[in-house]
Design a protein around this ligand. Sequence first.
Ligand SMILES: *Cc1c(COP(=O)(O)O)cnc(C)c1O
Length: 229
Amino acid sequence: MGAIADAVQACQKRIEVACAEAGRPSDCVRLLAVSKTFSAAAVREAHAAGLTAFGESYLQEAQDKQDALSDLSLEWHFIGPLQGNKSRPVAERFAWVHALEREKIARRLSEQRPANLPPLNVCVQVNVGNEPEKHGVPLERALDLARLVASLPGLCLRGFMTIPEASPQIARTRFARLRALLEQARAEGLPVDTLSMGMSADLELAILEGATLVRIGSALFGARPLPEK
Ligand SMILES: *Cc1c(COP(=O)(O)O)cnc(C)c1O
């Protein structure tokens, strides 16, 4: 087996163990492979090892990979910050958006979603800790944006996403807070089912706190060649 196939297995095992420790069924957490900065060949290898959902942060790079891999049936997730002038290709070429934080972009994505495709799945990104340099809406505004997404015909509200700071103790409280937000949204009748939280370093904590989708890059593909934006 190749290195990526080994890593896919190891990662699936980590998810399985974390689910068991959390007392949750092992099929309740989806693995999103974050392939940003990695090659189309690496994605092909991960697909051969059983993965179908891939996350990208940079639009041009993502489009090049999508074109190179158009023979495969892949589900593409846009997980990076999204600017207004880049919304059309995202609306046309992706199945999910994880980092929605602006009303105007929600409206645009909805208008630009092609009628022959199912609505674009959307998670609202929440800056749970109100960290100054981070993306996402503050907790107080998350439900308003979620309600708007739920009302737009081209979008399908799925839930919430967060990227907390590195410290495990703080990360865990942030994950728990995002889960409380999901429950609040549900209680008021919003059709949410997704908590997109947990990355290579903290997927176990996120699963303990209710993650339904973990976004994993380096644990699958190795250290990223380029510095993080
Ligand atoms: C890069 C990235 C990830 C993956 O991070 P790893 O630590 O490599 O697993 C997850 N989510 C987002 C939004 C990212 O930009």
